[in-house]
Design a protein around this ligand. Structure first.
Ligand SMILES: O=c1ccn([C@@H]2O[C@H](COP(=O)(O)OP(=O)(O)O[C@H]3O[C@H](CO)[C@@H](O)[C@H](O)[C@H]3O)[C@@H](O)[C@H]2O)c(=O)[nH]1
Ligand SMILES: [Mn+2]
Length: 577
């Protein structure tokens, strides 16, 4: 801080004075360069003020680091017979960008958690309204009857078939396992081929359509942005005869494509999740919800049990609204050229925000308490009845239930309601997750950051510059939009969340404006160097040693904190985006 002030002081003190037409410096031949120099200095000063203040807010998350180690065996010992229900939401939006096989890999990994299947439900929201995705899910529902027992019998990881079979098992000792491994690989690949053939064909063949009544929804010509509500319960978890090939119950599996009409706003992913909240509340109404993007599969079959330790903790559990896990990517290269791994953010800063109970919600890999997600305020001492299951539609047939759910997913349902404002995910921002997390925390709830050694979820990061830039632009814009809106953490969060948390949020919300000083700093000093304009002091000034050594200290601190990755990776991450 002292170093920063000294830099400001130096800059202000030595700022080149406005030229008055009469000047005695050696540059007396013309007027312009002196004026240009003056502006370069003022620009440098402003950039340094920006950096300095930004540095101050980044400190908030560096002194409150917190890490958790849940003891899941304790949970099983105490609560095994009264474990709460878990609804898992998987969002997909486009069958081309997000191929149906990718979606079912996420779905299958979610269905095979080490958790009582009758308490587990997977809901897929398909904003693409694609019959290919529906067909793939139908295939997955049949495949799961073999896959889930296989996973549990051999306790394999990860439980997304594609990721699992891409690992090599050249040294398989156990002959029986080796045989099954090969047989299952073939079973999976056959299914994948069937799905891909249908997609190449461009339509689901007539014989296949006969296999499920749900295909009749696509009898009319459906467009991605213009179609009726579709809700299909592929596996009805209430049905005790819905069992896998070893006789164990299966988790519920539901396909949903909410109604889309050209003149109605659909609010992107936030709209999809809000529709899922309503649909699931009528079917299973589990007290906890896991939210996954379709490109992020489970990487640890025990995660649900670990996460429940936070929610069910006797002392602090009741105030926890959500537990966020980092987004880990399996396709990040050694130097991570597009800086998509967000190493510093995920390893350091989110854990720092966790110290204030204010880790942000990141849109995927997040477990929510249904109550807090639905708009409820935290009230101290209120014990949640998490082991009460939904009984409201117990007697209803699948068909009746599906019909009644269509109303909840229609375009007009949310009109004049609190959905998107006080209830569910917040609308109007391209980063619905960050603003929703902030709003939940401002209602008195806490969040937990859980970053285990073995990553809970693994996904794919963008691989092309174009996709990366679009994503970064959307994030920076959306985050800055929050800062400028009524949800600005310093105003909306004032008195509701800790100052450190307000500052922590601002690190991200100010990504967009901080790019201006960065841009200035990379362009102008180089130009000044070419023009021979001095911007920095010459070493003989004694007071410059202070700032210089502080700067070096910071650089070393930073490198030390990140000592496990390459220097190129750090520079790519910090300056690449
Ligand atoms: O209209 C839409 C648009 C997107 N999605 C789904 O939302 C998820 C995220 O969208 P994507 O286009 O992949 O955005 P990313 O930039 O990769 O997503 C990051 O940033 C988003 C906004 O902050 C978060 O919601 C995500 O969880 C986070 O992974 C995907 O599963 C999509 O299928 C929908 O369901 N409906
Ligand atoms: Mn994505």
């Amino acid at each position: 801080m002292v170093g920063i002030c000294l830099i400001w002081f130096y800059r202000l003190k030595n700022i080149i004075p406005r030229t008055t037409g009469y000047h005695d410096d050696h540059d007396h031949d013309d007027h312009q360069p002196a004026e240009g120099r003056r502006w370069a200095w003022i620009g440098m000063f402003m950039a340094e003020v920006g950096f300095g203040l930004y540095w101050v807010i980044t400190q908030s998350v560096r002194w409150s680091f917190i890490r958790f180690y849940p003891l899941k065996d304790g949970l099983s010992n105490r609560y095994e017979n009264m474990l709460p229900g878990m609804d898992i939401f998987v969002c997909t939006a486009d069958p081309i960008m997000e191929p149906p096989t990718l979606v079912i890999n996420t779905v299958l990994s979610a269905m095979s958690y080490n958790y009582p299947p009758e308490k587990l439900s997977v809901y897929v929201s398909d904003d693409g309204g694609s019959e290919f995705t529906f067909y793939a899910l139908l295939e997955a529902s049949l495949f799961s009857k073999h896959w889930i027992p296989f996973c549990k019998r051999f306790n394999i990881e990860p439980r997304a078939p594609e990721a699992y079979f891409s690992q090599h098992y050249s040294s398989v000792q156990d002959n029986k396992f080796a045989q099954e491994w090969l047989a299952f690989k073939k079973l999976y690949e056959d299914m994948k081929n069937r799905i891909e053939t249908v997609i190449k064909l461009g339509k689901v063949p007539q014989e296949t359509r006969k296999r499920h009544k749900g295909f009749s929804e696509w009898n009319l010509n459906i467009k991605k942005n213009d179609h009726q509500s579709i809700v299909q319960i592929l596996i009805d978890g209430r049905d005790t005869t819905a069992v896998d090939n070893e006789g164990s119950r299966l988790p519920t599996l539901v396909y949903m494509a909410r109604e889309k009409r050209p003149n109605w706003p659909h609010n992107f992913k936030a709209g999809a999740i809000n529709a899922l909240i309503r649909v699931s509340s009528e079917i299973t109404n589990a007290p906890f919800i896991l939210n996954l993007d379709c490109d992020m599969h489970s990487n640890n079959a025990d995660t649900i049990r670990e996460i429940l330790c936070f929610f069910m903790d006797e002392k602090k559990g009741d105030e926890v609204a959500f537990v966020q896990s980092p987004q880990s990517f399996k396709n990040v290269t050694k130097n991570d050229i597009y800086g998509s791994a967000f190493y510093v953010t995920q390893e350091l800063e989110f854990a720092g925000m966790g110290g204030y109970g204010a880790t942000p919600y990141c849109g995927t890999g997040c477990f929510h308490r249904r109550e807090s997600l639905s708009g409820k305020k935290y009230s101290k001492g209120h014990r949640v009845q998490w082991n009460i299951e939904a009984k409201k539609n117990e007697g209803k047939s699948v068909n009746d239930l599906e019909e009644s759910l269509k109303v909840l997913t229609s375009c007009s349902y949310e009109k004049d309601t609190q959905w998107g404002k006080e209830m569910g995910l917040v609308y109007g921002f391209s980063v619905e997750d960050a603003v929703t997390g902030l709003v939940i925390q401002c209602r008195g709830w806490k969040s937990v950051y859980y970053n285990p050694e073995r990553k809970a979820f693994v996904g794919v990061a963008p691989t092309t510059l174009e996709v990366c830039l679009v994503q970064n632009k959307r994030w920076s814009e959306g985050l800055y939009q929050i800062f400028l809106s009524k949800y600005c953490p310093f105003i909306y969060g004032h008195g509701r969340i800790k100052l450190g948390a307000q500052m922590g949020y601002s690190i991200y919300l100010l990504w967009a404006p901080i790019s201006l000083p960065v841009l200035f700093y990379v362009i102008v000093p180089s130009l000044c160097l070419l023009k021979g304009v001095a911007l920095f002091p010459q070493i003989p000034y004694p007071y410059i040693y202070g700032p210089v050594s502080v700067f070096h200290f910071l650089v070393f601190y930073f490198l030390w904190a990140l000592s496990c990755c390459t220097i190129a990776r750090i520079t790519n991450e910090e300056y690449g985006s």
